[in-house]
Design a protein. Sequence first.
Length: 265
Amino acid sequence: MKLDIKVYMNGHEIFYDQVESIEYERNKHVLHEMKALGASVKNNGQDLSDSEIDALSQTDARRVNVATRSQYSASELENLYHDKIALSDQMWKDINKDFKMGDPMKAGVTEFEVHGVDPQVLAQGLSPDAAANGNAETEYETNPEHFIMTGHGDDGLHVMETFGMYGEPTDMFVNVVKEGDLNINLPIRREPDYPILSVGNPVLASDGSEINNIPFHQFKPLPDGIKIKGAIFVPKAAPDEIVSGHQWHLAIESWEQMRLLEKNS
């Protein structure tokens, strides 16, 4: 199967070579950090030095990163990143110190248009249920900074990822909610011709603190594909780099999901 994939950010089309370039740097970033934390980072059975990590090709950096994350369970990853997660927890608490739901929020939006596949197949593959029940290694392949992506509760997710490619990984529970259940001062339009909406309400895994980094994704099935407006809302106190970084995070994971679909079909 060959898909026609177009990605737009801030009114500009984004191309796969741009995505690859950012993925390459983030793959190496994760490998350096995991090595510093004591993880076993190997290529073809040989331990890698920091210089050897930097010398990996794009393809090898991706493969080694997937293999390195895959060797650990969710609890082992939380233990490995314990001190880093604490830093991230404090960052979100600082961002939310003066925030209350209903206050104005920042938004980052990444738009996708995909042709060449049954929209039902795409919708099923992109749903929260698919993420909760998916193969961990597949989640690792879709983004260099996905560490945990498993089911939590009835319809939620346990997610650990470097949010917006900024700072340290955020360990959180993402509860799926209805649009009307959050008193959101929407920073973007709710598009009437996008009939499917996925909204989450993340809280810190450590203590349940609300962090208000809210995914707000709209879907429009097409006869031969789908259009997606993937958005993230954060409090005004969040750094702009989190917003722009998460636009790229969304571009990476959605484009790589499509490439896996092409590969496996």
